[in-house]
Design a protein around this ligand. Structure first.
Ligand code: SF4
Length: 180
């Protein structure tokens, strides 16, 4: 059983904008999100962290719902303008680093979370999927939240949060599913 007080103390020491427990069963899984991946994202089919490599939405949903708990974490970073893609994307590695720090906190307590994070995996320079090979580091890669068909907006709204705040704020969220 997780020592919740210890976890909260550790989480409070990180530069997170938010951390909160959500009920996996309240997440919205939608084929519409998968449609957007397939039709509007240049990474579709180019990473094991993205569709179709992650599997069908019902299977992704079943995987997420096989965990009884989910920790949502978020970061916000100020930039000059979110339209500046390189500046905006430069805020992503620090978020991923924090996600891994939270993973390690859970692992220290004997829990290995299933993690969904941001965009396509960037662990390798060239994803193995492009060469028809299995993922080189499945223990390190985190599929993106949307890859599983999750529409995070209703969950954020339920908790007084948002994806978009202004054109000089970048927001990233990760989900860490676990059984206690
Ligand atoms: S760890 Fe490497 S092979 Fe696996 S998803 Fe990430 S980039 Fe692709």
């Amino acid at each position: 059983m997780i020592d919740r007080e210890k976890l909260e103390q550790s989480l409070a020491e990180l530069p997170l904008y938010v951390y909160l427990d959500i009920d996996p069963k309240r997440l919205e899984f939608s084929d519409r999100i998968r449609w957007i991946c397939q039709n509007e994202c240049p990474m579709y089919g180019k990473s094991w962290a993205c569709p179709p490599g992650v599997g069908e939405v019902p299977d992704c949903r079943a995987k997420c719902l096989s965990y009884e708990k989910c920790l949502l974490i978020g970061t916000i970073t100020e930039v000059s303008d979110t339209a500046n893609i390189s500046e905006t994307l430069a805020t992503r590695p620090p978020h991923e680093k924090l996600t891994n720090q939270v993973r390690d906190m859970l692992k220290e307590q004997g829990v290995t979370p299933y993690i969904l994070s941001t965009e396509a995996c960037a662990v390798c320079d060239r994803c193995a999927i492009l060469d028809g090979l299995p993922c080189r580091m499945p223990g390190r890669m985190h599929p993106c939240v949307e890859s599983h068909g999750i529409n995070l907006i209703p969950t954020l709204e339920e908790n007084g949060l948002d994806f978009y705040y202004s054109n000089d704020i970048v927001t990233w969220y990760s989900l860490l599913f676990y059984n206690d």
